[in-house]
Design a protein around this ligand. Structure first.
Ligand SMILES: [Ca+2]
Length: 101
């Protein structure tokens, strides 16, 4: 597989792995999201984009339909947002990753 194909598969697999930890296999609960961020988004390039201590805020930001869970659609938008943030940071624009509400 190409680099991009691998990245896409990885996004899906990470979501499935963490969302599947409780009975709601297609949704990330607050606890699952917290664990995902802690384990998958803790290296230097992303650490300042997400604060595991402030998981409630991240959750509120991602959970667009306010059902207390993050579905794949919401998660993939978050990943896209992180990618944009990473690109901007790499090119000298270091604004935090927040989408318009
Ligand atoms: Ca779940």
């Amino acid at each position: 597989m190409s680099k991009l194909e691998q990245a896409i598969v990885a996004i899906v697999e990470v979501f499935e792995e963490y969302a599947g930890k409780d009975d709601q296999k297609s949704q990330l609960s607050k606890a699952e999201l917290s664990e995902l961020i802690k384990n998958q988004l803790s290296s230097g390039a992303f650490k300042d984009k997400v604060d595991p201590e402030n998981i409630k805020e991240v959750m509120d930001d991602l959970d667009k339909n306010h059902d207390g869970e993050v579905n794949f659609r919401e998660f993939s938008q978050y990943v896209a947002c992180l990618a944009k943030g990473y690109y901007k940071k790499k090119h000298g624009d270091n604004k935090p990753c927040r989408r318009n509400k």
